[in-house]
Design a protein around this ligand. Structure first.
Ligand SMILES: C[S@@+](CC[C@H](N)C(=O)[O-])C[C@H]1O[C@@H](n2cnc3c(N)ncnc32)[C@H](O)[C@@H]1O
Length: 193
């Protein structure tokens, strides 16, 4: 997050998501990665929860599951992660109990098939399922990509849905750059009260 001058620059949506998760997730906690992809977020979560913690990561693509597995093994943290090749809308079938953090990083697998993208209907079902299992003071991150084909519709759906959550039960915030022409990713954060 440093610029060439050595001074910090404003964080990107994905960096900010990590920062917010770092504040709510620690050793022994439990986290869900709803879009494993190349495993960067899964590895990040697995390192934060430590050997006593647990992470479950979902992806529909076998390549993503294998890339994530390889990254976790290289990082020596595969033992605390369960990889599920399943649509995240079926999240409730694979998990139980309360979870301290949930990450969604929507869109397509970088370097992979751009036709396999997250879709508004299944994303909505997955976010609703994840909210139900979020622990008090647990946080859910949703990074949306309005610059991708189909991403603008999905981003608007996520933001509209999040804006309507009951404020007595959830705090909801959104972050993004206002003056960039290339529609950079935005972050929606939901914290359970
Ligand atoms: C932007 S990538 C995720 C990046 C990942 N978090 C990382 O750190 O590398 C989005 C991923 O969502 C996956 N995906 C798309 N639809 C899905 C669904 N219905 N359920 C679960 N994963 C899905 C894609 O296969 C892709 O790997």
């Amino acid at each position: 997050m440093e610029s060439r001058s050595g001074k910090p620059r404003l964080p990107r949506a994905t960096e900010l998501a990590h920062r917010f998760v770092t504040e709510c997730l620690g050793p022994g906690d439990r986290a869900i990665d709803a879009t494993a992809g190349n495993g960067h977020d899964t590895l990040f979560l697995a390192e934060l929860v430590g050997p006593e913690g647990k992470v479950v990561a979902f992806d529909v693509q076998p390549e993503a599951i294998e890339a994530t597995r390889a990254r976790l093994e290289a990082g020596g943290v595969a033992d605390r992660v369960r990889l599920v090749r399943e649509c995240h809308s079926r999240l409730a079938d694979s998990i139980e109990g309360e979870w301290n953090a949930v990450m969604f990083n929507l869109g397509y697998l970088p370097g992979g098939d751009k036709a396999t993208i997250t879709r508004p209907e299944t994303t909505l079902a997955a976010m609703e399922a994840a909210l139900k299992v979020l622990a008090p003071r647990g946080r859910m991150m949703v990074v949306v990509y309005p610059g991708h084909p189909g991403g603008e519709v999905e981003a608007e759906m996520v933001e509209r849905w999040a804006a309507e959550l009951d404020q007595a039960r959830f705090s909801v915030a959104s972050y993004g750059f206002l003056n960039q022409t290339n529609s950079p990713p935005r972050l929606v954060v939901i914290e359970k009260r």
